[in-house]
Design a protein around this ligand. Structure first.
Ligand code: TRP
Length: 324
C-alpha cells in the first residue's frame, strides 16, 4: 500500500515565500513520488483559534487553493481540499479529546505563545488546536507530514494520541513523522525570528513585483562593513542566498564577505532578481487559474468527495471500537 501524506496551511492570509519554501516545495516533492498518496488541505478551521475576520477567512480559503494550484500541486495527483468541508475531522477531534488531559495541552509551547500574544482569546478552540491537528492527520492514517520544525510538538501529540487509541481501542493508527524540507526555516527579513504573516515587514509575498521584492531585500538590516559572524539580517541574507543563488555566485559573495569587501547592495539586488525570476512563473500560472473560477470550484468539490471517502472509513471504525 502507498504511504499517505497529509499537510495543511492555516488560512490566515495568502501564501508567502516562507510557506512556499518551507511547506509547499516539500508537498510538491512528495506528490511527484508515486510511492505516496498525498492529501493537502487549507486548515480553515484552525484559523478561528486566533482572532480573525469572517470575510477574510472566506476569501483566503479559495485563494490558498489557487496558490496551491499555481505552485504546482496537481489535483490529478493529490487530493486538495478544505478542512471544514470534512466534518469527520471535528467528530474525531471530540473522540480524541476524551483521552487527552487538559494539562498536556496547556504545556505546549505553541499554546503558551498564542495566549501571550492574545490574552483575551484563551479559548477552548485554542486549547484544542493540537487535537484537531491530530485528527486531521490520523483521520487519513497519514504516515508523513511535510511541515516546518515548529510543528514538531504538535506531531508528538498526534503520535501520542494514535498510540493511546491503539492501546485502548485496538485501532491501527500509524505514527506520523515530519517530512523536513531544505528551506524549512526561512528567517525574517527583519533579521529576527522567522518569516511570518503576522509580522509586518518580515516576508515576501508570492505576488510581489520585482520592485517590491528589491525594496524588501534592500531593507534587510546588514552592517556597512563586511566580515564577522553571520547573525541577524546577515544570516537572513546568506540563508536566502544559499537557497536562491547559484553556488558560484553564493561562494563569491561569501568570499567577498570574509575578505571584508562585499558590496551588500550588489548581493541584495542579485538576490532580488533571482527570487523574482522564480516567482514570475508562479505569478503567470496564478493569473491563468484565477480566471477560471469554475475549474477552482470543481477542484475543491472533487477534493472534498475524495477526502471524505477515506475519512468516513476511519470514523466508522473508531466509533465501533469506542462503543458507539
Ligand atoms: N498547524 C499547522 C501550521 O500552523 C497547520 C496545520 C493544521 C497542519 N492541521 C495540519 C499541518 C495537519 C499539517 C497537518 O503550520
Amino acid at each position: 500500500m502507498r504511504k499517505r501524506v497529509l499537510s495543511g496551511i492555516r488560512a490566515t492570509g495568502r501564501l508567502h515565500l516562507g510557506n512556499y519554501l518551507g511547506a509547499v516545495k516539500g508537498m510538491i516533492e512528495l506528490q511527484n513520488n508515486p510511492s505516496y498518496q498525498c492529501l493537502y488541505m487549507v486548515a480553515d478551521a484552525h484559523t478561528i483559534t486566533t482572532p480573525y475576520d469572517p470575510k477574510q477567512l472566506s476569501d483566503n480559503r479559495k485563494e490558498i487553493i489557487i496558490d496551491y494550484l499555481a505552485s504546482g500541486l496537481d489535483p490529478q495527483k493529490s487530493i486538495l481540499f478544505i478542512q471544514s468541508q470534512i466534518p469527520e475531522h471535528f467528530e474525531l477531534t471530540y473522540y480524541f479529546s476524551s483521552i487527552v488531559t487538559i494539562a498536556r495541552m496547556q504545556h505546549l509551547p505553541t499554546y503558551k505563545e498564542k495566549v501571550k500574544q492574545y490574552p483575551q482569546n484563551n479559548t477552548m478552540a485554542l486549547l484544542n488546536y493540537p487535537i484537531l491537528m491530530a485528527a486531521d492527520i490520523l483521520v487519513y492514517k497519514a504516515n508523513l507530514v511535510p511541515v516546518g520544525a515548529d510543528q514538531e510538538p504538535h506531531l508528538e501529540v498526534a503520535r501520542e494520541i494514535g498510540r493511546k487509541m491503539n492501546q485502548l481501542f485496538k485501532t491501527d493508527f500509524p505514527e506520523p513523522i515530519r517530512f523536513a524540507t531544505k528551506g524549512e526555516y526561512i528567517p525574517s527579513l527583519k533579521g529576527e525570528g522567522k518569516m511570518s504573516k503576522s509580522v509586518e515587514g518580515s516576508y515576501i509575498n508570492l505576488t510581489d513585483s520585482f520592485d517590491e521584492i528589491r525594496k524588501k531585500i534592500r531593507s534587510i538590516p546588514t552592517a556597512t562593513t563586511a566580515g564577522g559572524p553571520l547573525i541577524g539580517g546577515l544570516k537572513t541574507l546568506f540563508i536566502l542566498g544559499q537557497i536562491f543563488l547559484s553556488s558560484t555566485d553564493y561562494q563569491n559573495f561569501k568570499n567577498q564577505y570574509n575578505q571584508g569587501n562585499l558590496q551588500f547592495s550588489q548581493m541584495k539586488d542579485t538576490l532580488a532578481q533571482v527570487i523574482y525570476e522564480e516567482l514570475k512563473s508562479f505569478q503567470e500560472r496564478r493569473k491563468e487559474i484565477e480566471k477560471n473560477e469554475d475549474y477552482v470550484n470543481e477542484v475543491i468539490k472533487e477534493g472534498a468527495i475524495r477526502a471524505r471517502e477515506i475519512a468516513s472509513q476511519t470514523l466508522k471504525e473508531v466509533k465501533e471500537k469506542m462503543g458507539f
